[in-house]
Ligand binder design. Sequence first.
Ligand code: RIB
Length: 292
Amino acid sequence: MKILNYGSLNIDLVYRVPRIVAPGETLSSSSFETFAGGKGANQTTALAKAGAPVYHAGKVGRDGQWLVDKLQALGANVDFIRVVDQPSGHAVIQVDDRAENAIFLFPGTNHQIMEDEIEEALWAFAPGDILLLQNEINNIPYIIAKAHAAGLRVCLNPAPMDAQVANYPLDKVDILIVNETEGAGLAGRTSPDGIMAALSERYPDCEIVLTLGAQGARVCCAGEVFCVAGEKVKAVDTTGAGDTFIGYYLGERVADRSVGDALKRACRAAAISVTRPGAADSIPTPEELDGD
Ligand code: RIB
């Protein structure tokens, strides 16, 4: 079974600030660093580190070739990433003293995904393979519909959430992974119990995964609910923690781990990732998960 992750690749421009800048305010940052990021590329990084057979599809400019090289060095297949003469996507990220972040995106080439490219990538996959998507590229409804028609299992992480997500063909999604904001936006309920109940009732055949940040995560799968509490760690940068969770969760599930074990390892991976700066670079190896 192969995983095709059709997703964003971003150059993350990360500024350390005492607090997230307010409207009309000017603040000096104490440091500036460039990291590899993008929800898509972060999730591929976590999948590759988890040992999953992952193929990344997407688009970068020549300024983003290093992002592709990084994924390839981790063992991800990058045959379906196109490199074009346009600027890559980038993210401007503030990280404050409490390790929280605020992000704005320039989509760049992430929003130039064409229908013929989608079809070409999907040709290489067979029924039973998994398609993973986030919400940082264009043409998501088309990709979901085509992959579903081809018999792939569709896993959607609708992040970052926007008004369009409600119009996506969510009835064709097999695994839905949301945080509380995304879950509340889709479910119309705000408590974790309410979100899980509403989404499982609306999509009874879908595996629903709800991440709760420092509080851990829950899964509802075939009528059974699994919960894992979060680990207490000293966070320095929470950017990419959700992506780490998703890559590890899916990677462990593809490796035939039980839902409960996959959930535990994904939560542990996310907890380790927040103790380090950066997104993709903060994702741990499986060996690190096995340590104390
Ligand atoms: O989820 C974290 C990611 O969101 C960052 O790497 C940034 O690129 C944004 O896409």
